[in-house]
Design a protein around this ligand. Structure first.
Ligand SMILES: [Zn+2]
Ligand SMILES: [Zn+2]
Length: 474
């Protein structure tokens, strides 16, 4: 006897969409059978999904929670916590989020994971994983040498910054020598290294130049966080990764030059993966000129229409692998309090709409394959961060994490309908898909527009496959 049977939906499997019945027991997918053939298996609950599209629950590989906003450090204002962000996520059909566990001087590496996991445990409606994060100029050798044990404990991804981002933020850049040291250890232990790639010298010089010229309005953001900076930093870290033989994941790619650097590296067979944010693929630097242009901003920056167009070309062609949000969820007042290139708040609310926007822009507008849509919103993040095949795929043996989408809707987005924040950069945007039901490990947690569960999300172990670590596998 099954616990749950979803019948008659179009189910997105790795080989494409098919009308299948999805059988679930003990949180796991146990059967996938053609709908309407033979007698359906008995189940405690049967849900008819006729006319709906069933996809793997979304995985957002890049969200921040509970962190003090660097540009508001003096006020101590934090972005929202896992409760709020994961609530928005599950309404939108995302069932796994990946946040950041910051190592602090004096910590054993494992302590930093424990501290961050405690903020999620009991508060999250999604499952979650944590990137180990080094945002210090130097990492002591004894901490570097703890990386293999942390990887063995299931902490399979790490992040570094190549820039301090603005002249006034707390320092977060790690020098390239220490990035080399981290990369040697993540590669040897079989972990992914995530990189915020910007060339710090170019960025900081550009700030000085722009400040001297009085050009500090938001509309100059792409002059400080420019394409040259992305190109130089990507080339540098890709060269380092080639030398070490390390897999890397370049977060928030924002420029055509960045995509080109990734394409070249993958062409040489390097395990280099890129991430694009939906709003980088939709808005441009012109949007900074709006009255509340800050709502469109995430570091590095929005760029030109040509860069924006390069994003979807790369998503369709498979040059980049994931669509993430870089979610930093706050309300409108906080998001818009910084009005200049010095004090703008990066990140934004977008977790809830990520799947709908990806479907609308990809499948609906550009005829993207269903399987590629699933790759971008779920499967590839699972592979790159070592969650696959437990997460990221509808297959027998995988966790029953599912989103049931209505793709026959045309619905204008308004923040009042969302659960994540009191504003959205997508206000008035018409979506062509809407999540109607979310299943996490076999339990229906969103149904009929309501959240029907307590926060029961669990920390996920990350174990990277050698295939993903050794070549551009997705
Ligand atoms: Zn970043
Ligand atoms: Zn980020």
């Amino acid at each position: 006897m099954l616990d749950l049977l979803l019948t008659n939906g179009i189910v997105a499997t790795p080989s494409g969409g098919a009308r299948l019945d999805v059988g679930i027991k003990d949180g796991t997918i146990v059967s996938l059978r053609a709908s309407g053939h033979g007698v359906p298996d008995e189940a405690t609950r049967v849900i008819d999904c006729a006319g709906k599209l069933i996809v793997p629950g979304g995985i957002d590989p890049h969200v921040h929670t509970n962190s003090v906003l660097p540009t508001a450090a003096e006020s101590g204002i934090k972005c929202f916590g896992p409760d709020r962000v994961s609530e928005g996520a599950v309404y939108g059909g995302t069932t796994t989020l990946v946040d950041f566990a910051h190592w602090k001087p004096g910590d054993e590496l494992e302590q930093s994971f424990k501290r961050k996991a405690a903020e999620w445990d009991g508060y999250s409606y999604t499952d979650y994983a944590l990137h180990g994060t080094f945002n210090q100029p130097e990492i002591p050798f004894e901490v570097l040498d703890q990386i293999p044990d942390a990887v063995a404990n299931g902490h399979g991804s790490y992040k570094v910054w190549m820039t301090d981002t603005t002249p006034t933020r707390p320092k977060q850049k790690t020098d390239i020598g220490h990035i080399w040291a981290i990369m040697e250890r993540t590669a040897a232990a079989g972990a992914m290294l995530c990189v915020h790639g910007e060339d710090d010298d170019i960025v900081m010089y550009s700030y000085k130049k722009l400040q001297r010229e009085g050009k500090i309005g938001l509309e100059y953001m792409s002059h400080a966080h420019n394409s040259l900076s992305e190109k130089l930093s990507f080339q540098r870290v890709i060269t380092l990764a080639e030398h070490v033989g390390a897999p890397i994941y370049l977060m928030h790619v924002s420029a055509r030059e960045g995509i080109e650097a990734i394409r070249e590296a993958r062409g040489r067979g390097q395990a280099v993966y890129g991430e694009i944010l939906p709003h980088y693929a939709h808005f441009t630097e012109e949007d900074y000129r709006h009255e509340h242009g800050a709502i469109y901003h995430t570091y590095p920056s929005l760029k030109s229409a040509d860069d924006r167009d390069a994003m979807w070309e790369a998503l369709v062609a498979g040059t980049v692998s994931t669509l993430a949000t870089d979610g930093v969820c706050t309300d409108f007042e906080v998001k818009t309090r910084g009005k200049t290139i010095i004090d703008a708040t990066g990140g934004h609310a977008g977790v809830e709409l990520r799947m709908a926007v990806a479907y609308t822009e990809g499948v609906h507008r550009r005829g993207l394959d269903l399987s590629r849509f699933v790759d971008l919103t779920s499967t590839n993040a699972a592979k790159i961060l070592g969650l696959y095949p437990r997460k990221g795929v509808i297959a027998v043996g995988s966790d029953a994490d599912l989103a049931v989408l209505d793709t026959n809707v045309r619905h204008k987005v308004t923040a009042a309908d969302l659960h994540e924040a009191d504003y959205t950069a997508w206000e008035g945007y018409e979506i062509a898909a809407r999540n109607t039901m979310t299943v996490l490990r076999g339990k229906v947690i969103v149904e009929g527009g309501r959240l029907t569960t307590e926060p029961e999300g669990r920390l996920q172990e990350q174990r990277l496959s050698s295939d993903v670590a050794s070549r551009p596998a997705c």
